[in-house]
Write a protein that binds this ligand. Sequence first.
Ligand code: NDP
Length: 235
Amino acid sequence: MLQDKQAALVTGANRGIGYELVKQLAEMGFKVILASRDPKKGSEAAQRLADSGLDVSFVDMDVTDQESIRQAAMTVTETAPRLDVLINNAGVYLDGNAKLLTMDPAILERTMSTNFFGVYLVMRSFMPLMKKRGYGRIINVSSEYGAMNAMSSQGAGAYKISKLAMNALTRLAAAEVRGDIKIYAVDPGWVSSDMGGPSAPRTPKRAAELILRLVTMGSEGPRGGFFRDGKPIDW
Ligand code: NDP
């Protein structure tokens, strides 16, 4: 039965690591919802994958906009009455060379709004679909910059704080949920996307492969944790 197929949703998936995550999840047999804040880019990306025979559909979702998230959750609940995997991938890196204490506070605000509140609001809105069946795997795409030991060196302050807060949210939420629902943070490594730049050594394809190791974590696996390349690392 079609509705028995496992379903996954990836945010910020019109390009970069998110796009690869969608492609590989669909190749693994998931019905995948590609979420993007840009309807044109998002629907074209989903169509490209659907044209190659993959079960991919598009939903419009800006993670900084509560109404947009609410609408997306309603659409997903109607079209895929289950959600097994949620990947919070959408992210921004806006610091440039700015220093934390002298930067325009709007940079910190916008970064937190996407990388932290966005993840919080999306988890809240989609959690009922997981709770209903007592099963779910949530992966929050973090960064080595979100580890506590990254706070001792200056640079990328807004981004670091946002990913540190995302990691804290991951731990707290993992401690709160019941059933076979697991919530992980993952560092994808330095990846050659628009954000990572062309010199990054890891391709989005390889990053997605390593992130998706967590999707197949069995019920005996840890409830939460911070991972890189499928192995636990320090928060
Ligand atoms: P990209 O810049 O290539 O892609 C970012 C994606 O996030 C785009 O699809 C973008 O959409 C989307 N996005 C941004 N803001 C929003 C929003 N408000 N609502 C919905 N979507 C949004 O980056 P990557 O693929 O490299 O990054 C993916 C994740 O990996 C991020 O969370 C990033 O922090 C993390 N990461 C990346 C590293 C790297 O080296 N690349 C290293 C460590 C972590 P749009 O096209 O509309 O802008």
